[in-house]
Design a protein around this ligand. Structure first.
Ligand SMILES: [Zn+2]
Ligand SMILES: [Zn+2]
Length: 141
C-alpha cells in the first residue's frame, strides 16, 4: 500500500479511530461490498456499529481517497479499496455480482474525453452489464 491509511487520515485532518480502520479493513478484505455488508463485517469485529456510522466512516474514507465508491444504476452503492487506477466494473444484471475489469484501452485514457466541454475531469466510470457465468448456467437464454 503506497500510503499508510493512518497517516493519510491524519494529514487530511481526520482522527484515526478504530472504527475507521475497521471499516477500511472490511473494504480491503472484500471488494465491492455494500454499506450493509461492510457494517456486518465490522460488527463481527468491533461489536455494535450503526449503519449510519458506517456510512459516515465510508464518506470520510472516500474523501481521503482510501476508498472508491461505485454507484451502479438501480443498485446500492458499493465500496472498494482499489483506488486511483481507474479500473472498470462488470456487473451481473441478475445477481449483482461485481468484478473488476482493467481499463480497456490502457492507463486511464478514457479520462481524455473527445471534448471535455471545459470541465476538469478526474474520473470516468464505465460499467459493463451482463450475466455472470453462474447466472448463465442457471438461466437458459
Ligand atoms: Zn449473476
Ligand atoms: Zn473495483
Amino acid at each position: 500500500m503506497p500510503d499508510d491509511p493512518a497517516d493519510l487520515l491524519h494529514r487530511r485532518g481526520y482522527r484515526v479511530t478504530g472504527q475507521r480502520l475497521a471499516v477500511l479493513r472490511a473494504v480491503s478484505t472484500e471488494s465491492h461490498l455494500t454499506a450493509d455488508a461492510v457494517a456486518e463485517t465490522v460488527r463481527a469485529e468491533l461489536g455494535a456499529i450503526s449503519l449510519q456510522a458506517v456510512y459516515d466512516v465510508l464518506a470520510v474514507l472516500v474523501d481521503v481517497g482510501l476508498v472508491r465508491r461505485i454507484q451502479p444504476a438501480g443498485s446500492p452503492a458499493r465500496f472498494e479499496a482499489r483506488v486511483r487506477d481507474n479500473h472498470h466494473h462488470v456487473i451481473c444484471r441478475i445477481c449483482g455480482r461485481t468484478a473488476d475489469v482493467d481499463c480497456a484501452v490502457g492507463s486511464a485514457p478514457c479520462l481524455t474525453a473527445v471534448d471535455d466541454m471545459g470541465y476538469q475531469i478526474d474520473e470516468a466510470e464505465v460499467i459493463y452489464w451482463g450475466r455472470c457465468p453462474a447466472c448463465q448456467s442457471q438461466t437458459p437464454t
